[in-house]
Design a protein around this ligand. Structure first.
Ligand SMILES: [Zn+2]
Ligand SMILES: [Zn+2]
Length: 467
């Protein structure tokens, strides 16, 4: 659609036009075709390919931490405080950057917003606006070249590589105009550098110094090493969460659910659910699954700091789960051998059946002719009962007249079908013609006889559906 004919959306408070307002309908294909990617990385000129700012932050931090740890003894108070501060700054990212701002999965009061923005700055992962812009593109273009940390490019790229090297492409367009209007996000953006220094290093140094006189330990363990852990913990959401685990809700893309990822990421490990229902404030939907970010948001709600926690309708969540379960069952169903279909079997007259049964052991049950030659000696009730019925209709005898056979026996019997008796089955045995193993089956929509997509049946005028 040309921009001139596009409906102009005016924002009442601010004239920020959504970035994706005027993109073409075939945006992804169009962009991948028309926007040239940078040439592959040339290792001879590696220094030109490095994103120096991120690389320095992400390499100096662990080196400094390692040296510091060798030279500084760890006090237990500092150890516990470092874990606590890991959660404080980590939640700034998971509950703040991710679930509040990138996905708007709940509303936070102004004080909570400031707290989360400050704590998130202590995780040193860029400003809220930059982070959310990338994350929204990740959700929108998952696994494509427009996904800034596409898992298709390998674990290392998704984890950290995308920040160390210059990206080959710009991330796909994603609107963050709602964030641009937020005074908290603007405040964080304006004061980002001092916030990093205060939240990332000053507070974790000063608090242990004032409380138990361990400024140096505070800086090394709660500052530097804690930062390193927060970094890799949240990076795991892009790497490990797209690599390890199950896909209980959808298997179209790489996101997966796994408890190990949940432990590594303050509860962001149920990533398959998250990509399906990104506006849900939860990642883990079961009470016993580890999701401290969800618990934190819930506690904030109880304290009156958060409201409008979004939950996707359970009915729709279950549909996704059911689809995946049926898919697995269908695979099992497809691996089994099923009896020949009516249409594959020859139709034989009663006379012909009688005649042929003189040459081989054939028995009619429920309108089907069965060849029992490999079963006579195996028959649990004795060979004589089969021999007695050769050339006859044993329907009544099979279904209770002599012995009411088990479902397994009926399933096995149906595997011995060699023909259909002309004239169909006797009255009242229609249901008996379908073995128990086939009475409940998994069929795709186009395999169902009642499907409107299946030619020959479905909607017709006589049913009044076309008026
Ligand atoms: Zn993801
Ligand atoms: Zn997300």
């Amino acid at each position: 659609m040309p921009a001139s004919t596009a409906t102009k959306v005016s924002t009442s408070t601010d004239d920020v036009v959504p970035a994706d307002l005027n993109i073409p309908d075939n945006y992804v294909a169009h962009t991948l075709k028309t926007q040239k990617a940078l040439p592959p990385i040339k290792w001879e000129e590696w220094y030109k390919e490095i994103n120096w700012l991120s690389t320095i932050i992400l390499t100096v931090t662990p080196v400094l931490g390692l040296i510091g740890a060798f030279l500084t003894s760890l006090r237990w108070e500092t150890f516990l405080f470092s874990i606590f501060y890991y959660f404080v700054t980590g939640l700034g990212i998971t509950a703040g950057y991710h679930r509040l701002w990138a996905h708007r999965s709940y509303n936070a009061s102004l004080p909570l917003q400031y707290i989360l923005a400050a704590c998130g700055a202590g995780a040193v992962e860029g400003s809220i606006k930059w982070w959310c812009r990338g994350h929204r593109a990740h959700h929108r273009y998952t696994d494509t070249d427009l996904d800034p940390y596409s898992a298709q490019k390998g674990f290392f790229h998704a984890h950290i590589g995308w920040m160390l090297l210059k990206p080959r492409r710009k991330p796909g367009v994603a609107d963050v105009s709602d964030l641009t209007k937020s005074p908290v996000i603007r405040w964080q953006h304006r004061h980002y550098l001092p916030l990093i220094l205060i939240m990332g290093f000053l507070i974790p140094t000063v608090l242990p110094w004032l409380l138990w006189n361990d400024a140096r330990g505070g800086f090394v363990y709660a500052g530097v090493i804690r930062l390193c852990f927060v970094h890799h913990s949240t990076f795991c959401v892009n790497s490990l969460a797209h690599w390890l685990g199950e896909t209980p809700f959808d298997d179209k893309h790489t996101p997966r659910d796994h408890i190990i990822t949940a432990f590594a990421t303050i509860g962001e490990g149920y990533h398959n659910f998250h990509h399906q229902f990104p506006m849900d404030y939860r990642n883990a939907i079961k009470w016993y699954q580890y999701d401290p970010t969800k618990w934190f948001i819930w506690v904030c709600q109880q304290m009156g700091l958060a409201s409008h926690l979004k939950i996707f309708p359970d009915n729709e969540v279950k549909k996704g789960q059911l689809t995946m379960q049926l898919k697995k069952l269908r695979e099992t169903q497809d691996k089994l051998v099923w009896p020949s279909d009516n249409s594959d079997l020859p139709v034989i007259s009663w006379e012909s059946y009688r005649e042929q049964s003189l040459k081989r052991p054939l028995i009619v049950i429920a309108g089907f002719i069965h060849d029992v030659s490999d079963f006579i000696d195996e028959h649990p009730g004795g060979a004589h009962l089969l021999v007695k019925n050769i050339g006859k209709d044993a329907t009544t005898a099979f279904f209770g007249g002599v012995y009411d056979h088990s479902n397994a026996a009926h399933n096995l019997l149906s595997m011995k079908r060699v023909g259909v008796l002309h004239g169909g089955s006797q009255h009242g045995v229609d249901e008996k013609a379908i073995p128990p193993g086939q009475r409940l089956r998994i069929a795709r929509y186009n395999e169902l006889s009642t499907s409107p997509y299946n030619s020959g049946t479905g909607y017709s005028d006589s049913e009044g559906l076309l008026g």
